[in-house]
Design a protein around this ligand. Structure first.
Ligand code: GLU
Length: 279
């Protein structure tokens, strides 16, 4: 099997040490396997994504010695593709419209932030039918129905990272309780949410191995479920450790003190960054 992996930052802030580790690790794995390393900007959040962050991330990755084997994929160029998949899930009767607050929905739309706990949706709108869908309603995946659609078949994915190594069977009760009815689409800004767009692009980019932080591990099951419902075979997954600060706190984008650009301005070398992350 050929090895194709990717780094998929959301350009909503500067590249920090945690991202650098993720990108370097995935890049090293691809090069060691004689495979491919691809780049994807997850810029579906049009309010928070900024072109200057895209430029800065490209500049920082290049400085780190990372090269990619195709032009970067910009998710904002592919809204139509994602929406076709949203329509396919609607057609299967697996969605419901949700009119909960913009704040709730925005939180659910963005990629999970390192350090922020995932809130399981309290199912307020669960009994609304698609015919009641308002122009600004979000669409949620009806998780119980989505699991029922498997018709008793066991769905699983393979994790290669040491932290969670093994075959993980997707458990109905666990996915309902720990992930819940996630947002998969939103009409007013014409976009599919993070979970769906990201999983679809792993297929579109021919990714064989998804290398990313362990903070995304619990969402892998829902991405595998979505891919299955849309007739795709999931890639293999490798979730790596997170880079923490001296206090053991996970780094987040807002930790600008860890921005690679800042280290660069202080004269730190790419090799120093590698050793700081334990590579
Ligand atoms: N865009 C996500 C982030 O920046 C990563 C998604 C992924 O690697 O699957 O956290």
């Amino acid at each position: 099997m050929s090895f194709v992996t990717r780094f998929a930052p959301s350009p909503t802030g500067p590249l920090h040490l945690g991202h650098a580790y993720s990108a370097l690790l995935a890049h090293d794995m691809a090069r060691a396997a004689g495979g491919k390393f691809l780049l994807r900007f997850e810029d579906t959040d049009l309010e928070r994504s900024k072109p200057e962050y895209v430029d800065q991330i490209i500049d920082d990755l290049t400085w780190l010695g990372i090269t990619w084997d195709a032009p970067p994929l910009m998710q904002s160029d592919h809204f139509d593709d994602y929406n076709q998949s949203v329509e396919a899930l609607i057609a299967q009767g697996l969605t419901y419209p949700c009119r909960c607050s913009r704040k709730d929905i925005n939180a659910a739309l963005a990629a999970p932030q390192e350090g922020a706990p995932h809130t399981v949706y309290p199912q307020t709108c669960k009994n609304r039918s698609m015919s009641e869908r308002g122009a600004t309603d979000a669409l949620r995946l009806h998780m119980d129905r989505a699991m029922n659609a498997l018709g008793g078949q066991k769905l699983s994915f393979t994790e290669l990272g040491d932290l969670k190594k093994g075959v993980h069977v997707i458990d109905r009760d666990d996915i309902i309780q720990s992930v819940g009815d996630i947002v998969i689409g939103r009409k007013d800004i014409h976009t599919a949410a993070y979970f769906l767009a990201s999983a679809l692009d792993d297929i579109n980019q021919g990714i064989s191995h998804v290398v990313r932080g362990i903070d995304l591990f619990e969402f892998t099951q829902v991405q595998v479920l979505l891919l299955h419902l849309l007739g795709h075979k999931p890639p293999l997954y490798y979730h790596h450790k997170l880079i923490r600060d001296e206090n053991g706190k996970r780094l987040a984008k807002r930790d600008d003190a860890r921005a690679i650009s800042l280290y660069r301005s202080e004269g730190i070398s790419p090799n120093d960054i590698r050793s700081m992350t334990g590579l």
